[in-house]
Design a protein around this ligand. Sequence first.
Ligand SMILES: [Zn+2]
Length: 482
Amino acid sequence: MTRNTYPFIRFWICAMAFLLSSNCDTPPPGCPHCSDDLQLPSILPEEVPFRVLQVKWNALNGAPSIDDPSLLCEESFGEVLLNRHLRAGLCNWTQCKILLGPVIGSTTNFGLFDDPDLSVGEAGDVVVNNTALTPELEELAILCDNHWNAQPTGATGLAVRSFVNADGTDSPINGIAFANSGTRPFFAIGDLEFFPNALGDVHRNTERVLAHELGHVLGLCHANGDDGVACNSGFLDFNDFGNLMSGAGSSASSRTLEGEQCDIARTRYANLFFPLADMQNRIVSLLDEGGERFAAADKSVDLYKTMVFNRLSEAGALTVLIGTNGLFTERKNDYWVLLDLDNNVQTGLHGGRIIPGSDQQGVDLALQVEVGDSGKRSNTSLYKAEGSGFQPHSHPREWVRTGLFTSEMFVSSEKECTGTPVFQEIEINLSREALVRFSDTGQVDLSFANGLKLQTISVGTAANGEKVMDKSPERPQTIFLQ
Ligand SMILES: [Zn+2]
């Protein structure tokens, strides 16, 4: 068996055992585990199926549990990470019928990285700030995400030694998550068994924080306070998985979730987090490989990633998700998606005929999303390649639906949890009707048997008045969505 096979089998045995209300192996005394009395049953109706959330782990050298897994009674750092999320799942997320599982397949090597910034703190420490994304955390999130890019489904996790302030002092932050992001569903947790921020049964803290951060990644905030928008409910009882997400109607120290929270957690980017059958073969992630240096004020023009979800058979739409590196400003930006639906340069037109700077040939359909007013306003247009050039076409609203989403960084500490907007995403749902009507031939069978070639291009104005542009990926790329 490969190194990754055994934990996976054990996971399923444990998951099945849990469902049958039996026990998993109880580890020796002193080892962290989710004891029977901490396990929570499902709160969803019987007919609702269990779903598996894959956790794509990464770790930093320097964290005690990573450098010496035997400290947590494990044989490898991979088992430390896997068993942490198994416990977080069995003790919390089974309420929503969510099982936390490993990633399987040929691209499942854990990311193990050296700390990129040794200037502050010990190796494995990460500089954080509870009101802004620090360069070190951003760099690490990108490193982890890129490590797993060939495996676009699931949530990306990072285990670090501990979080520190810019001056090297201990930060009260225990965990960090990017919420409401399809292009960067990322979280990081400290090695809390060794650097607990609260006294008590420290072995349980890491799992509890992990369960909490996964809730944020799945789109949840805290239901208490500020209408559930801000995270200010605080952690009252740190040692019993208390206050998991502060479910509506639950007490602040409860770790119970509500059905409504489960609905959100199971629905947002369901195909990404809980891929059904062969769905994961129909999600493609295209990184922007360019090393642009955009000014902080212009980062919403700086593309991070384009993702394509083939949901034609279930939802009748092709979804394009564009992730940026910043927040929309009052200045207008255009986000273009150029599609060569039959991957044939003989049909369609040169993209340069509608966007100066594009060098894609055979573009059948150009989609433009204008975003202005700091993201409060957007307008989507479709252009079809015709003999005389790209022609705009009016279309029923339901043919193309565009949504703008703000991804927040949540930081969780002993006393509070705060959210800060960090970057924005654009989701475009192109209906089957639009794809057929706007393709060059009008006869696209939508199997994309020949591949689908595309590129996203952003065009905007920088704070200093200059024209700025970015492409994702750097060259138009052919993808297969079957
Ligand atoms: Zn939180």
